[in-house]
Design a binder for this molecule. Structure first.
Ligand code: SF4
Ligand code: SF4
Length: 202
């Protein structure tokens, strides 16, 4: 009995991996069709932190938020700098309590726009979401994949759980693909080091 259960689990895993590979192969189509639904799902589910030049860009900026108007840098808890980096943005400027969901998640006509959407202000992690990798936790991406592969679910919770599992394999394949690409570039460079010289002499 156990053996047959293991067999069917194996079969499900194979199917999931196969679908994940097909999705990664359809990357371009997904990126071409992708358009944010401004649903705010990602902003209310995922923790995020500072990245790259966030702090420098926020210097001197005063912004509106759901809890009032404050300098943007005051939403970072410098006593908890490591946590701000690791995924605990944002904090209350006065009480320093961690704010979740994000205090910049707006509400307008049934949608949830970002109050600091301007690319000069928005956190890098939010700007980068979807720029290079497919992430099946996003509602817009799920809609495209559901349409393309004829997937149906009884409700969003069932759908989300299914895509969350599938996403693990999609991420793995994408990283393998990126690793393969970097390796190829490195090998090309080793074989043709003059490529680098050509670029630097321009
Ligand atoms: S979950 Fe996707 S569609 Fe919804 S707001 Fe986030 S990026 Fe946009
Ligand atoms: S900063 Fe904007 S995009 Fe990022 S989590 Fe907050 S509301 Fe969402």
């Amino acid at each position: 009995m156990n053996e047959s259960k293991t067999g069917s689990e194996q079969e499900d895993l194979m199917k999931t991996k196969k679908l994940a590979r097909l999705i990664v192969k359809q990357k371009k189509m997904i990126f071409d069709q992708w358009e944010c639904l401004v649903c705010g799902f990602c902003c209310t589910r995922f923790r995020f932190g500072m990245k790259g030049d966030d702090l420098e860009r926020w210097d001197g900026l005063i912004v509106d938020s759901n809890i009032g108007r404050y300098p943007l840098r005051d939403f970072v808890n410098f006593d908890s700098h490591v946590y701000s980096k690791m995924g605990d943005l944002f904090f209350h400027p006065e009480t320093k309590e961690w704010l979740f969901p994000c205090p910049f998640l707006g509400e307008q006509d049934g949608k949830h726009p970002c109050l600091i959407h301007d690319s000069r202000i928005k956190p890098n992690v939010c700007k980068d979401w979807h720029s290079t990798l497919i992430d099946l936790r996003c509602r817009a991406t799920r809609q495209i994949v559901k349409r393309k592969f004829g997937l149906k679910f009884k409700d969003e919770d069932e759908e989300y759980q299914y895509f969350k599992q599938l996403n693990v394999h999609v991420q793995q394949f994408q990283h393998e693909q990126l690793f393969g690409l970097s390796l190829k570039i490195l090998l090309d460079l080793c074989k043709n080091p003059e490529i680098l010289q050509d670029k630097s002499s321009r």
